[in-house]
Design a protein. Structure first.
Length: 147
């Protein structure tokens, strides 16, 4: 009697690397395309006034934030504008957005003179923006019950 093992072909045991790489790249593409990138419009050091009902707006490709700094400068994407330059820029952007209306948000520092914020709203209206909006931040709940 022969107890010899018949010749069996050995199957490779292991992880199918090509399939895993395919899945990894699909996931990478999914996360890159769906990731909400940090909005550079918020990267400017502005401390808006706090309100109990304040909330962050949903920004889209037709949205622009005009930041009014503590010293009264107008900034968009860290680029400084004078009043007339801001008006021309917003008018150009309004013309460029053809499929929907341009949304302009004015984000004023709480220490800025109120007149500068109103001036930014007026510049936006004169540039043809239908409804420029003021931004605020939501106040943190206070620990006292006196609110």
């Amino acid at each position: 009697m022969s107890f010899a093992q018949p010749n069996r072909t050995m199957r490779k045991t292991g992880v199918p690397l090509a399939a895993m790489l395919d899945i990894m790249f699909l996931l990478l593409i999914f996360f890159v395309t769906t990731y909400q990138f940090r909005d550079d419009q918020y990267a400017i050091d502005i401390d808006p006034p706090a309100t109990k009902t304040g909330k962050s707006p949903e920004l889209a490709s037709n949205s622009i934030i005009v930041n009014v700094t503590e010293d009264g400068r107008y900034l968009i994407y860290e680029k400084e504008f004078t009043g007339p330059q801001l008006g021309r820029f917003l008018a150009d952007q309004r013309k460029a957005v053809t499929d929907r209306e341009l949304r302009v948000f004015v984000n004023g520092d709480k220490a800025v003179q109120y007149g500068r914020v109103v001036e930014a709203l007026d510049i936006a209206r004169r540039a043809g923006v239908a409804r420029p909006t003021l931004l605020s931040k939501k106040a943190r709940p206070s620990k006292s019950n006196g609110d």
